[in-house]
Write a protein that binds this ligand. Sequence first.
Ligand code: PLP
Length: 415
Amino acid sequence: MRTISAHDSEDPPVNERFDGSFTQQEPIPEDAIEAAVAVMRTGRLHRYNVVEGEVAHASALEVEYARYQGARYCLAVTSGGQAIQLALRAAGVKPGESVLTNAFTLAPVPGAVEAVGARSVLVETTDQLVICLEHLAEQARATGARWLLLSHMRGHIVDMDQLMALTRELGVTVIEDCAHTMGAAWNGVRSGSHGRVACFSTQTYKHMNSGEGGLITTDDAELMARATVLSGSYMLYGRHDAAPPEDVFARVRLQTPNCSARLDNVRAAMLRPQLALLDRNVERWHRRYQAVSGPLASVSGLRLTVRSNAETFVGSSMQFFAEALDTTGIQALMTECRARGVELKWFGEPTPVAYTSRHDSWQYMDNQSLPRTDAVLAKLMDMRIPLTFSEADCALVGRIIASAFEQVRDRSAAA
Ligand SMILES: *Cc1c(COP(=O)(O)O)cnc(C)c1O
């Protein structure tokens, strides 16, 4: 997977190249493939299509994920975005209400707020890529918002003790978007266990891969009953084994619409063996993150985020700030890295490329002024770290970025 020129030279290697693919995830484990194929052989792909005494994979996955997360209840759904949408509705967000949310996040987050007819009130991003607590308090007081959809974007976790204390004081309910923090923790508490309800994604580029898929966890019985009916339970919620008791459903079943967002048994079957590997994969990601960021730590003009000791993060991607480079320099850095096989994304790109994470590209919502976030994004670089990269690959990628950065930086300084 790697080609190194100047291999035997005593000088530091120059113009190393990498030829791995930044979008190549690991294959689905063999036992997961077999489980999925076995479901197909039965023809019973729908989660409620079970024979006497059979537990559907979707329900078994919910039980196992609830246990992993340390949550009382779990619901499997079609996508991370649908998980957020259902969680917002089930928590009680009403059309026209304001929902505080991160200005730096991925499009499905404001998209879910929009889908429930609510208004996103965007909150600034700090230079450590987490939600700004001062601005959060300001925005909550200015709008009277009762909800915070907290997105742990790219796996950066804000001080959750401070955030929970603040939101309690503000009377704001927290709904967590854990698309990038599945398997992560704050002070030993799993990410997603702080707020009222948490949403996860099992889309291909997240921490478990079923193509598409999502999970919702909560300890709130009535919220989970509503989410389950919303997900399209056809009143068969009795076949959910990580769900609240019947009497809770009896209170909400006829007041709650069916929005059809169920997970099927094929995808649930392929996720269950992956869950057993999750903690091990978190460690594998951690080693890769250390390997790639190591060579960048001493590059002047380049800044990595400082991770708190309280944070157990999943290094499935890496962000850094090209502080010393202007727009032209950043473009030159991306070109130079691409020429050496390293694919960087830039959140400062004026038009969205491949994914949108800039608030000014969500034009369906009110235009909001976020100068701090704009300044953060203007220098922010992003890179995926798939587990198909070895630790040596990651170290090579880190060296390439460091050398390309120094080259571009010194060239612009000389100009
Ligand atoms: C991927 C992602 C989601 C939702 O994921 P889908 O499963 O693709 O709908 C939500 N939030 C963030 C930050 C994400 O990156």
